[in-house]
Unconditional design. Structure first.
Lengths: 320, 257
């Protein structure tokens, strides 16, 4: 399984480097020392591919940690208000500080995302609501409220156009690409803390019994999720479903021991988004569509299949 | 050595509606101690306070002379293993993963050869070596139960607290579970404190019984002293019929009129 994912990864990376509106970026041209091809590769294709890999890996990990913390397979940064709060933070930085560097924007998005996610998880914990589907539903309503507020504020301050352009995810926005490299830090952190995050997923008493400081690890997890969501949002915009379906697909192969699965999960997420991005570059070639669209369509279908299969799975489990 | 001193606990901070009131007792070493009593008597709360999962409102629990609230979470996890009634876990892990989690207090997730040996020993002891790569949700109730015990064994603590371990288990697995717990004490020299619902399981397997009612300990003693009509009436507000069977007292609770 791992070999397959890695092989696919290599192939897709190569494809992603070679496909684009400007043809001629082929191994042959590069070896021959074609300067245009080299420049396109260096300044466009490589950053783009890196952005895809990092944001996809990041969001997959964020979803996985979210699902472990909330002990709910239907949770992701998009169903807990995290992404919406990141958008709100981005708007705030735009309004109060006008045009800013990507770092400041990310910082704003990060702080807002973290506060909103903390608020949501603490409310959820107090509710003692254990019906699995209600929590993401509440999260989506909560996210809806935040994004309604974002729209209202954006309207008031004439920032609608900016928000609309950010609202569509794309890997063609060269400007803020560098921001996506921020994701590397939380990714390393999450690999280091992988065992702790799995143990958190077993519940508070269980974690304490094993000597894990529950609250501290949960906070760290939420910070990782918020930073990843904020950085990817600023760099490429929203990528729906990634945080939801990739962890679900990966854990049905590997189980929930994060230590074993986290690296494969990142690669798998990257594979998925690379496919989507290559498709969105090819379908109306030489133009391209928003990657959010392709991700939503393919991801939505996969999620439906998963949901239906999961329902049957649950029924089977109950009768045993 | 675990001593409970003047422990009180209540639902809210103002101290109304006490769930534990002035509890004093010391855990007997290398014995099974059973906490018995009616629903809401405070058995599980007491066990939670003893494991420092919820801090006592007043009074203290001393582990080898130190207040458990001052013991670091990790140090505590090397002394006391706590297992709630074995429920279906919300996450999918293999038996091996679960037992490796038990080594977490010792190695923080980076397993050394010693940790792997302990995991293998625990699996071997619980007869799970062949099932180690199976997922927990693929196992029978009894096998799953053994996997959790294996995890606690890998945790390698002198004290084991079990909160209603027999809930959701049918008779066969309940008896198997109690026999395992007995072996933990007799072969591995563990000290076990467990909450039990069924008075007969306590009578048959425990070395010491602590009876609780309305947040207080009202009687404690060895089973021979405890399993009497008079004591049980005080604890459960119910008249049991006590019969001798194979040298042990058995409590019958139907057709008593």
């Amino acid at each position: 399984m791992r070999i397959l994912i890695i092989a696919l990864f290599v192939v897709l990376v190569a494809l992603s480097l070679m496909i684009g509106s400007l043809g001629g970026v082929t191994p042959k041209a590069l070896l021959a020392g074609d300067e245009t091809a080299l420049r396109v590769l260096l300044y466009s294709r490589i950053p783009r591919t890196a952005a895809i890999i990092l944001s996809a890996a990041g969001l997959s990990v964020a979803g996985l940690i979210m699902q472990a913390i909330s002990r709910n397979k239907f949770m992701s940064p998009a169903t807990s208000g995290t992404t919406d709060a990141a958008a709100f933070g981005l708007l705030m930085s735009f309004i109060f500080l006008s045009k800013q560097s990507g770092i400041v924007q990310t910082l704003f998005a990060f702080v807002f995302a973290l506060v909103a996610t903390l608020l949501f998880t603490s409310v959820i914990n107090r509710l003692k609501l254990r019906e699995v589907v209600y929590i993401p539903l509440l999260g989506m309503m909560y996210g809806g409220l935040i994004s309604a507020l974002t729209t209202a504020v954006a309207y008031r301050f004439d920032a609608m156009q900016m928000m609309a352009s950010i609202g569509l995810g794309s890997f063609a926005r060269l400007g803020n690409f560098a921001i996506v490299y921020i994701v590397v830090a939380p990714l390393i952190l999450s690999v280091m803390y992988a065992s702790k995050f799995s143990i958190i997923g077993l519940g508070e008493d269980f974690a304490k019994n094993l000597g894990v400081r529950y609250r501290r690890v949960v906070f760290l997890g939420l910070a990782v999720i918020s930073l990843i969501s904020a950085a990817t949002f600023v760099a490429v915009g929203p990528l729906p479903f990634i945080g939801l379906i990739i962890p679900n697909m990966a854990t049905s192969f590997y189980g929930d021991n994060l230590k074993k699965s986290i690296i494969d999960l990142m690669l798998f997420g990257a594979d998925f988004v690379l496919v989507c991005d290559i498709l969105s570059r090819l379908i109306i070639y030489p133009f391209e569509m928003s990657v959010s669209l392709t991700v939503s369509i393919i991801g939505g279908v996969i999620f439906m299949i998963y949901l239906l299969r999961g329902m049957y799975g649950n029924r089977k489990q109950k009768t045993v | 050595m675990i001593e409970v001193k003047n422990v009180s606990q209540s639902y809210n901070r103002h101290g109304q509606r006490k769930t534990l009131e002035d509890i004093n007792f010391s855990v007997r070493e290398h014995t099974i101690t059973a906490l018995v009593g009616a629903n809401g008597a405070g058995k599980s709360t007491l066990l939670g306070v003893m494991a420092n999962l919820l801090p006592a409102l007043s009074g203290s629990v001393l582990l080898d002379g130190t207040d458990v609230r001052r013991v670091k979470t990790n140090a505590m996890a090397k002394k006391v293993a706590f297992l709630k009634q074995t429920q279906l876990l919300s996450i999918r892990v293999t038996v091996n993963d679960l037992v490796e989690f038990g080594r977490f207090p010792h190695c923080a997730g980076r397993l050394t050869q010693l940790d792997r040996d302990k995991v293998s020993q625990a699996l071997e002891y619980m007869n799970l070596t062949e099932l180690r790569e199976r997922y927990l949700d693929e196992l029978s109730g009894g096998q799953r139960q053994r996997a959790f015990i294996a995890m606690i064994l890998a945790q390698d603590t002198p004290y084991i607290f079990l909160d209603e371990p027999l809930n959701n288990l049918d008779v066969k697995y309940s008896v198997e579970m109690m026999k395992i717990v007995q072996r933990l004490v007799s072969e591995l020299n563990k000290t076990v404190v467990m909450v039990l619902h069924d008075i007969n399981f306590a009578a048959a397997y425990a070395g010491y019984i602590v009876a609780m009612k309305d947040g207080r300990i009202i009687r404690e003693g060895v089973p021979e002293e405890m399993i009497t009509r008079e004591t049980l009436r005080a604890v459960f507000d119910f008249d049991f019929r006590i019969e001798k069977y194979g040298g042990k007292n058995v409590c019958l609770y139907f057709d008593n009129e």
